[in-house]
Design a protein around this ligand. Structure first.
Ligand code: FE2
Length: 248
């Protein structure tokens, strides 16, 4: 499995507090089949997410620790971008895109109300052949109208990432139901842990979510959501979907 969405850079955001904690979480992921992890600190938030120096320094510290401890995992860098009405000032950051792909970026909608400018931002990225991956939209969907908006965004080219914990019911029944509905509509592209620490949204939930999706939709679909699609993102390759994306 490949985990595209994690908060494992110590002290950078509301994720792990120490290097030891990050290593413990990574080891637990590796023990149940995670082979690659993308670190996605919150960008443009109240944390240190807009401090490129701190992010790069912490990333290389974690990389070194992984090598030192001979942990069999590949680390990549990206960010979880808080949705704003203008993302252009952030483009200069090397971690704006996932693994510097210049193609895929992880975009977080606010919990609660989805702002009116959301479609404008998403469509403006898509016309540039940039593909926003909406981070856990199932957690923001409280109204039917919002569900339709997300569905339309997905059909226009936005990619959808569900949290593993949403599938297992860790965010409550309502979020679990919305997740199932998105899966039924076949507009989900990835499942990731969004792990923040050893207790909150642990990376090991990935294995449980994989089994649920395997049971509901088959092994092939589970492999696509947990491995093949994330792999394509990391390598900046095109993703095959029933609803085609308009790649140039
Ligand atoms: Fe996150």
């Amino acid at each position: 499995m490949i985990d595209l969405h994690t908060h494992l850079l110590p002290g950078i955001d509301d994720g792990v507090k120490s290097l030891d904690e990050a290593v413990k979480i990574i080891k637990s992921g590796v023990s149940m089949g995670v082979t690659a992890i993308c670190l996605t600190p919150h960008l443009l938030s109240n944390f240190r997410g807009c401090n490129p120096g701190a992010i790069m320094e912490t990333y290389s510290m974690l990389q070194n620790k992984i090598i030192q401890e001979e942990i069999d995992v590949h680390l990549y860098l990206g960010s979880e971008i808080d949705l704003r009405d203008d993302l252009n000032p952030l483009r200069e950051f090397s971690f704006f895109f996932i693994n510097q792909t210049k193609k895929y970026l992880l975009l977080e909608l606010p919990l609660g109300e989805i702002p009116a400018f959301t479609e404008k931002i998403i469509f403006s990225l898509i016309v540039e052949n940039l593909y926003p991956i909406l981070a856990h939209p199932e957690r923001s969907l409280t109204k039917d109208k919002d569900f339709e908006r997300i569905e339309k965004m997905a059909r226009s080219g936005a990619l959808i990432q569900l949290n593993a914990g949403s599938i297992t019911g860790d965010f409550g029944k309502k979020v679990q139901k919305v997740s199932e509905k998105l899966l039924e509509k076949d507009i989900v592209d990835f499942v990731a842990s969004d792990t923040h620490n050893l207790n909150s949204r642990p990376i090991i939930v990935m294995a449980e979510a994989f089994r649920i999706i395997e049971r509901l939709l088959g092994e092939q679909k589970a492999m696509k959501l947990f491995k093949e699609n994330p792999q394509k993102v990391l390598q900046a390759e095109n993703i095959q979907r029933k609803i085609p994306l308009k790649y140039s």
